[in-house]
Design a protein around this ligand. Structure first.
Ligand code: AMP
Ligand code: GLY
Length: 422
């Protein structure tokens, strides 16, 4: 098979790394990819970035049998519809079903329609109404821009004043542009978060082991939110029993509702959960693999991923299974000085070669570029280092020893990834 991966971050590197180990795969192309991915795939940059039409033409020219999409934007822009119209195999929801991630209001309405547990909410398109609602709230609610905001559109205020400022930032200052034309205010839930991903062919779901990511930049979950400073899997807060329960309470009702609405969805469904006293609520759905969760989950997979991806795309997941290692995995993200604010770029990264021979370890590139034989930083999140071991504590020690081998000016990372699971 010839596989195309859209994207160029740590998640896409983890997928390319795993897929390249499959005997069924002849070639992987990755658009745009990155220098780490280039070690296992052919990376192609195209003009027009992630335009669905350009990507479909590229898939056709390269005889691609199956396309995987890392980031949400091409999915929300309808890449699946364009590929399917042209007879090209692709994993992901069709455009309207991608609203599950593309619109918080659409997702909340759907959850309400099919009884998926989620925080109670109200939606607003007028600032004055939102402000007046806030005045009568007993506790400050969580405020969410309706549309895509690169993971930054959620404000969890700790005071009424912060909530008012948040409303102003989204609705008046338009910090997230059109994504903030509408907003959701929802009840703030307490509990521990976990990410639960499933592969679906529209009827069946194959659950991936639960993971947890660390969004705030600072140790002890302090400071501003990032795209994710690290992750680990499994997440002990979700027992196997609860994963089974989540299938019945979340994933099957979701698929039934999508079908009732006539929407096609073959691909990955990501549920962001909050768990308290053994019961859970859905904070959000994503329509793709999570990042950095995927960097922790994928190295734990023993089976070949490719047949499952193909089965999902062909609607044949019924008797498919995946085998997982007993190991726990930990992914630590090394980031650039300044991140998640304005950050530095172009710093030389050294020490990567040393790690190539380390067992039970993978270094995934997220924001890097190659320049004159050197690898330079090129993003806020630069590298994801994942280690795995049957003993979580050993995996943690291993990953931090590895992180110490890598150097670039301004490099920072959290030193408490996965401690919650000990
Ligand atoms: P989301 O993009 O919807 O996952 O929101 C980003 C982050 O905001 C989540 O990972 C939570 O930490 C937090 N969050 C979102 N919704 C709520 C809620 N209803 N209650 C408490 N925290 C929330
Ligand atoms: N780790 C959160 C996300 O992928 O959206």
């Amino acid at each position: 098979m010839r596989i195309m991966i859209v994207g160029g971050g740590g998640r896409e590197h983890a997928l390319a790394w795993k897929i390249s180990q499959s005997e069924q795969v002849e070639e992987i192309i990755c658009v745009p990819g990155n220098p780490g991915i280039a070690e296992t795939a052919r990376c192609i940059e195209i003009a027009g970035g992630d335009s669905p039409e350009e990507l479909a033409s590229l898939a056709r020219e390269n005889g691609i049998d199956l396309t995987l999409v890392g980031p949400e934007a091409p999915l929300v822009n309808g890449i699946v519809d364009v590929f399917l119209e042209r007879g090209l195999q692709i994993l992901g929801p069709e455009k309207e079903a991608a609203m599950l991630e593309g619109s918080k209001i659409w997702a909340k309405d759907l959850m309400q329609d099919c009884g998926i547990p989620t925080a109670s909410f109200s939606e607003f398109s007028r600032y004055a109404e939102a402000v007046s609602y806030l005045k009568d709230c007993f506790y400050p609610p969580v405020i969410k821009a309706d549309g895509l905001a690169a993971g930054k559109g959620v404000i969890v205020p700790s005071s009424r004043q912060e909530a008012e400022e948040g409303l102003k930032r989204i609705m008046l200052d338009r910090e997230f542009g059109d994504a903030g034309d509408k907003i959701v205010m929802e009840e703030k839930l307490e509990g521990e978060e976990a990410s639960l991903l499933a592969l679906t062919d529209g009827n069946e779901v194959i659950m991936l082991p639960p993971a947890q990511d660390h969004k705030p930049v600072g140790e002890g979950d302090t400071g501003p939110n990032t795209g994710g400073m690290g992750s680990y899997s499994p997440a002990p807060i979700l027992s196997e029993n609860m994963v089974e329960q989540a299938k019945e309470i979340i994933f099957y009702p979701l698929l039934a509702e999508l079908k009732r609405r006539g929407l096609k969805y073959r691909g990955v469904i990501y549920a962001g959960l909050i768990i308290k006293d053994g019961s859970f609520s859905v904070l959000e759905f994503n329509v793709r693999f999570g990042d950095p969760e995927t960097q922790a989950i994928i190295p734990r997979l023993d089976s070949d991923l490719v047949p499952l991806l193909r089965d999902a795309a062909e609607g044949k997941l019924k008797d498919s299974t995946l085998e997982w290692k007993k190991d726990a995995s930990v992914c630590v993200v090394l980031s650039s000085r300044g991140y998640p604010g304005a950050y530095e770029k172009g710093k030389e990264i050294t020490g990567l070669n040393t790690l190539k021979s380390w067992p039970n370890l993978a270094v995934f590139h997220a924001g890097t570029k190659r320049d004159n034989g050197k690898i330079l930083t090129a993003g806020g999140r630069v590298l994801g280092i994942t280690a795995w071991n049957p003993d979580l504590r050993k995996a943690i020690n291993h990953v931090y020893r590895a992180a110490e081998q890598v150097y670039f000016e301004g490099c920072h990372y959290r030193r408490d990834i996965a401690y919650r699971a000990l």
